[in-house]
Design a protein around this ligand. Structure first.
Ligand code: ADP
Ligand code: MG
Length: 720
């Protein structure tokens, strides 16, 4: 027995290959059944489906509609209005194949009659229909009634042959799902197949525990799947879609939390004793008051550090929000408890800056070891010996920390600054190196690339997240201006006044994808131009990626010391560079930068007490770049910008998300489904809290679905 209303064969009747027997009936199909083995699916059709990525019934069911067309406006022929799109049903009369004389277009003309009248329905470029359509057939057609050469014809957009007198219409009436399709695999074919696999949909197991489903008032998986593919009305489709979105997000969140739990049970970290004299002295010695948010962050971190469960936390805070002192505090806590703490930065310059800060703020409390590629062999050996001796200290460095010969004797904490600059692999390597004999360090990742909470929950879903909102008191928002080409001189005049007052200036050259050497050349030329012209009375210097690191450091040093007033750089300017006296950021070709990058660049200024400015020099603007620049003029808040970015571009592109890896979501869209994601996170946390290993038989279907759906994506996302 087969489903009623099934076409005799999929693929429009053009293929006459006999399917190999025996074939599976649609009723018997399971998710794993290859489409190629189903009755009515011819070989060419199954080949095209496979090329489209659909091989099994499960693949097909997971191929969701993009949207719906509401074709409920079925009319009687007499009621058709000129120019209006509608659906009519009728009986086929005469069928004529024709060809226009001038433009040589194939036309099929069919007389269609219902109880109220007759029309001539026409199809263009579908000559094969002459063979398919026959007198006496019942037909449902969707199209527009148009005046044409003195008489009116009904131009058909889509049609379907009704098997029975008042049979179901799939393509032309009611709510019709529109599927992502291709030339080879039409939405029509997909609709037909999906209709045919209804029995498999009805038997879909539900990964959600029944109790949860009932409490949340959700339809079952089977009902939701049916309603999404074959909706009776738009409301039902919406409810069903929401349930499937929630499920998808829930599976992902459960997967992330499962992984986190497994990781944290695998090894134990040293529990640091509660804060005492050393860390108190550190806080008392700070030259400023910590903000409320910094204090909150300290509390959260302290709570983690006093446990043996290894901390896996992300500290996110806008540029200049003061993450470094928070990290230093934790490192001092490690030293205080008799352990070592390490801080890894993405560049030499940053590592040096951190080492200086550490010495300045904590030098008398705990010795800092700097470990970078710039050390001489002898210095390096000495540093390694001290680290291997297990003496309490703060080790600050670059990737050099990752090298084989670095032996931490008593590592309690690892801080990874600007963690998005490290590849997932590098990050993992360090954590794994530090993890041995069942012991693991606490790990704190820091990022100044604010991402929306929704994205953090997916990209960093296996980390706890602490956010430092706002920036230290007394800091004013950076005044941001868009400067058109004809205002350039006025802009320079303004900047010169700032320089006269003792302030310093960054100039960032346009983002160039092609090559480092082109970028370097651009920056050099710009520096020469500025030195010869607008800033001839100041010292202009340039940094770019082609400089040797020693030369680069020398320039940065000179800028920090105030010996250079104008620093020209490529778009690769260091993240995290902290020169409080710099008060102007000029960005050339601002329209070429992404929102995140512009925000980062702007964050280089406004770090001291002086009023600071960001001048965006920009020429041609597309709609999207216009939207980015306007967002930047409107707000200084990185999190709000991240949200805007998510709206402008969608999750795949947002602020560092691509490197970090957002799992491939079939239905959910993070910008749209924020509320669902937050709910999914809560529900997942609830489930995992009750059943940490997901071993309870009640959760078996959930476990299976998590492993199946997100298994491989999570595997690479979560190699840590
Ligand atoms: P980021 O979070 O971008 O890494 P930093 O840690 O480099 O920011 O801090 C930026 C600047 O703000 C530094 O000069 C730092 O000393 C200063 N700072 C940090 N916290 C405070 C505070 N509570 N009050 C005043 N200045 C602060
Ligand atoms: Mg920083």
């Amino acid at each position: 027995m087969t489903e009623p209303g099934l076409p005799r064969r999929f693929g429009g009747g053009r293929y006459h290959e006999r399917p190999p027997t025996p074939r599976l009936f649609f009723d018997a199909a399971t998710l794993a059944t290859p489409l190629a083995e189903l009755e009515h699916v011819t070989k060419p059709v199954s080949r095209r489906l496979a090329a489209f990525g659909l091989e099994t019934v499960g693949d097909l069911i997971d191929h969701f509609p993009r949207r719906y067309e509401d074709f409920r406006d079925r009319k009687r022929i007499r009621d058709l209005k000129l120019g209006e799109e509608a659906t009519v049903r009728g009986t086929v009369g005469r069928v004529v194949g024709d060809r226009t004389a001038r433009r040589r277009v194939d036309i099929v003309r069919v007389v269609l009659t219902d109880e109220t009248g007759a029309i001539e329905a026409v199809w263009f470029n579908q000559r094969y229909l002459v063979k398919v359509l026959a007198e006496g057939m019942r037909l449902s057609v969707r199209g527009t009634y148009r005046p044409q050469g003195g008489r009116s014809t009904f131009v058909v957009k889509s049609h379907e042959i009704l098997e029975e007198e008042e049979g179901d219409s799939v393509h032309t009436e009611g709510i019709v799902p529109v599927y992502p399709a291709s030339e080879q695999v039409s939405a029509r074919l997909l609709r037909g197949l999906l209709r045919a696999v209804r029995p498999a949909m009805r038997r879909l197991p539900d990964p959600l525990p029944a109790a949860l489903r009932e409490r949340e008032g959700l339809p079952t998986r089977a009902d939701a799947t049916l309603a999404v593919h074959l909706p009776s009305d738009l409301d039902a489709a919406r409810v069903a879609h929401a349930r499937l979105v929630l499920e998808e997000l829930l599976l992902m969140q459960v997967g992330l939390l499962l992984h986190k739990g497994e990781q944290q049970r695998r090894a134990a970290a040293p529990a640091l004793a509660t804060p005492s004299d050393l860390s108190r002295a550190f806080l008392d010695g700070l030259p400023f008051e910590l903000t409320v948010h910094q204090l909150q962050a300290l509390d959260e971190l302290d709570a983690d550090l006093t446990r043996t469960v290894p901390m896996r936390r992300l500290l996110q805070g806008d540029v200049g929000s003061g993450k470094t002192v928070v990290a230093l505090y934790c490192l001092v806590r490690a030293a205080e408890a008799g352990f070592q703490g390490a801080l890894m930065a993405p560049t030499e310059t940053l590592a040096m800056q951190h080492a200086e800060t550490a010495t300045r703020l904590a030098g008398v409390l705990a010795p800092a070891e700097l470990l970078t590629a710039a050390l001489t062999a002898r210095e390096r050996r000495a540093a390694l010996e001290r680290i291997a001796s297990g003496a309490p200290c703060l080790v600050i460095g670059t990737h050099a920390l990752l090298q084989e010969d670095v032996e931490f004797a008593r590592l309690a904490l690892l801080v990874v600054d600007e963690q998005h600059r490290f590849g997932v692999e590098q990050r993992d390597a360090l954590v794994r190196r530090a993890e041995h004999g069942g012991r693991a360090p606490h790990v704190l990742h820091m990022t100044a690339t604010p991402i929306p909470r929704t994205l953090a929950l997916t990209v960093y879903g296996d980390l706890d997240v602490t956010t430092i909102a706002g920036s230290p008191a007394g800091r004013q928002p950076v005044v941001t201006r868009l400067v058109d080409e004809d205002q350039r001189e006025v802009g320079y005049e303004f900047v010169r006044k700032q320089v006269t007052r003792g302030r310093q200036v960054y100039v960032v050259c346009p983002a160039i994808d092609e090559s480092e050497s082109i970028s370097a050349a651009t920056a050099l030329a710009e520096a020469e131009r500025l030195q010869a012209g607008p800033f001839r009375d100041s010292r202009v210097a340039v940094v770019h990626g082609q400089l040797k690191s020693a030369d680069r450091d020398a320039v940065m040093h000179a800028f920090k010391a105030g010996d250079v007033q104008v620093l020209v750089s490529t778009s690769l300017i260091e993240v995290g560079i902290d020169v409080p006296n710099a008060s102007v950021m000029i960005v050339e070709g601002a329209e070429r930068f992404g929102l995140a990058q512009l925000h980062q660049l702007r964050g280089r200024v406004g770090r001291g007490t002086a009023k600071s400015y960001c001048l965006l020099f920009s020429q041609a603007q597309t709609g999207a770049s216009q939207a980015r620049l306007e967002a930047l003029l409107e707000t200084n808040d990185g999190f709000e910008l991240a949200d805007r970015d998510l709206e402008i571009r969608g999750e795949g592109q947002v602020m560092g998300a691509r490197q970090a890896g957002v799992p491939d979501l079939k239905l959910a869209r993070l910008a749209r489904d924020r509320a669902a994601l937050l709910r999914a996170r809560e529900l997942a946390a609830e489930i995992i809290a009750l059943d940490p290993g997901l071993g309870d038989p009640v959760n078996a279907p959930l476990r299976a679905a998590v492993d199946g759906a997100f298994g491989h994506e999570l595997a690479w996302l979560l190699k840590a």
